[in-house]
Design a protein around this ligand. Structure first.
Ligand code: PLP
Length: 398
């Protein structure tokens, strides 16, 4: 007997921790850029599971690779060798121009690992008091204690204090505050090249230059959190290099596994050289299923997607700017790069998200006023046209 939407919702409301606010829809299957609800209705997916379903849904090659891997071997732990971690690490080293990879299971864990590796680096150098972190206003790095400690929003932080001490938040657009905050006790600066959860806020070139200069002046390490902006979202594998950032540590997640959970911390050799067996680890990290999914994603990205993303992105941003012009002053700004875009409104974005859902388009709200678009990498100009048509109607009806 198949459960109805009402059954599903009542089971959840009775037994599931009530820590999520869900949209009123039950999805049962997907295909490409579309999701289908329990009544068979189709939705154009411009959320992709918050930037995760990079190859869209039910991607035939990914489905075959994951099924075949599951039928062969899923997990062995990190007590033993298996054939895929080294292969995936080598591919990521080439793409990121860093030297080593550590695999984990989420973006938060990748950030947590980067923070620990930065502290381990200074500890190994005998700088035991070099433990502090500098992060940015509007940052989001995850919800574990370390990652939460460098996350800006008071709303996420306050109920869980005290957090890790020694974190200073600065305004990316005021380089003088960065200069004042970074000093001899700073283990690392952590930055998102494009802030995702904070409202799709790209880091400016000037801010990036100030970060590079602060690291040069003080020796502080740089951690780039590319969990949302990386793994090809902007057409390049990482976004930081386009801004002149050359981090010692990079956190990856989301799109990398195309739906199968995987995170990665990428390390420069000087940081990696300070990590000894036993310093850090995880049971699941880098299991065969996750590595197979990531390898399949990389094949697709390096195949044709790295070329189609910039082309579709240019079209998307042209259309978004036209949409913004047609709906001024309600749309204040269009921000983003590649296939991450934010429409900043002068009103609450929640009713727009709900009305778009009613019309068969998935977008989501981040910050109070920003409509965020994080489509799968496989979208076409035709999908963009359809999404813009719906957004135009929804904004017009506000
Ligand atoms: N870092 C950034 C920049 C993110 O956008 C997110 C999630 O939105 C995270 C870290 C946390 O990743 P996850 O939710 O996979 O643990």
């Amino acid at each position: 007997m198949t459960a109805t939407a009402t059954d599903i919702k009542s089971l959840e409301s009775q037994y599931l921790l009530q820590n999520y606010r869900r949209q009123p829809v039950v999805f049962e299957r997907g295909e490409g850029v579309r999701l289908f609800d329990d009544a068979g209705r189709s939705y154009l997916d411009f959320v992709s599971g918050i930037g995760v379903a990079s190859l869209g849904h039910a991607h035939p090659r990914l489905a075959r690779a994951v099924a075949s891997q599951a039928a062969t071997l899923i997990h062995t732990s990190n007590l033993y060798f298996h054939p895929l971690q080294g292969e995936l690490a080598a591919r990521l080293v080439k793409l990121t121009k860093l030297d080593r990879a550590f695999f984990c299971n989420s973006g938060t864990e990748a950030v947590e690992a980067c923070l620990k590796f930065a502290r381990r680096f200074w500890h190994a150098r005998g700088a035991a008091r070099r433990t502090d972190f500098v992060a940015f206003n509007h940052s989001f790095h995850g919800r574990t204690m370390g990652a939460l400690s460098v996350t800006w929003d008071e709303h996420y932080r306050a109920p869980f204090e005290p957090l890790v001490p020694g974190v200073t938040f600065v305004d990316a657009d005021r380089p003088a505050t960065l200069d004042a905050a970074v000093g001899e006790h700073t283990a690392a600066i952590i930055v998102e090249p494009i802030q995702g959860e904070g409202g799709v806020r790209p880091l400016s070139r000037a801010a990036a230059t100030a970060i590079v200069e602060a690291c040069r002046r003080t020796g502080a390490l740089l951690i780039a959190d590319e969990v949302q902006s990386g793994s090809g979202r902007t057409g390049s594998f990482l976004h930081g290099p386009a801004l002149g950032l050359a981090p010692d540590l990079v956190a990856l997640g989301k799109a990398l596994g195309a739906g199968v959970p995987i995170g990665a911390a990428m390390l420069s050799s000087r940081v990696a050289g300070t990590i000894a067996p036993g310093d850090h680890g995880t049971t699941y990290g880098g299991n065969l299923l996750a590595c197979r999914a990531a390898l399949t994603f990389l094949d697709e990205f390096e195949g044709s997607l790295s070329e189609s993303i910039p082309r579709v992105s240019a079209y998307l941003f042209d259309r978004l700017r036209a949409l913004a012009a047609a709906h001024r002053p309600r749309v204040a700004e269009v921000r983003g790069a590649g296939l991450i875009a934010g429409l900043d409104l002068t009103v609450d974005a929640a009713p727009v998200v709900a009305a778009a859902l009613d019309r068969g388009l998935l977008v989501n709200r981040t910050s109070a006023t920003v409509i965020r678009l994080l489509p799968p990498y496989v979208i076409t100009e035709k999908d963009v046209d359809e999404a813009m048509g719906i957004l135009d109607a929804v904004l017009g009806a506000l």
